[in-house]
Design a protein around this ligand. Sequence first.
Ligand code: NI
Ligand code: MN
Length: 227
Amino acid sequence: MTKLTWYGHATLGLQFDGHQLLIDPFFTGNPAASTTAEQVSPDFILVSHGHGDHVGDAIAIARRTGALVISNHEIVTWLGKQGLENAHGQHLGGGHRHPFGYLKLTLALHGSMLPDGSCGGNPCGFLLTTSDGKKIYMAQDTGLFGDMRLIGEEGLDVAVIPIGDNYTMGPDDALRAVKMLQPKSVIPIHYNTFDLLNQDAQAWKQRVEAETDTRVVVLKPGGNFEF
Ligand code: NI
Ligand code: MN
């Protein structure tokens, strides 16, 4: 059993097979956060790109828990300059076998400048094959791109995609994304954090379920999905 928690915005937790992963940990300053940075105890932290709402509390949580931070090479180098050495760099298209499974960094159409203006390399999404055999795609921040079809060919149990519009895909493009990804279930994220990102997730669910075979799981911040 894999338990996915949406903490609000693009912050996700994954628990399976004795592992605890935290993705894009943005608690401090996140009006939608369902908990605080002090309340989470991951073994691994994944950071998709350099923006403040994704790097978030990664350094503080990693220092407190000793979690290994996984991101692209440029962000891992930047973390090293902040004194955080326990980090693993990968890059787009590259996969690595971690204790929790095989993690590949995927394309994302977005930016990646770090909070201090440093270059954060290219943004990414995550394609995870868990140690107990589930396939999860976490798109994180991205616009629509046609190569989502290739990611869908992997056979996804769950896709996590943004619907907030303005900075990422909005509902229309997210529906097109579901058609390419063809996951068993999809979870919308990166919406309703601020007024600018307000979306009607239930309306989107109805559209997606009318036009595809994918089940839409709409979570409230702090809510879980088990699969
Ligand atoms: Ni971003
Ligand atoms: Mn973002």
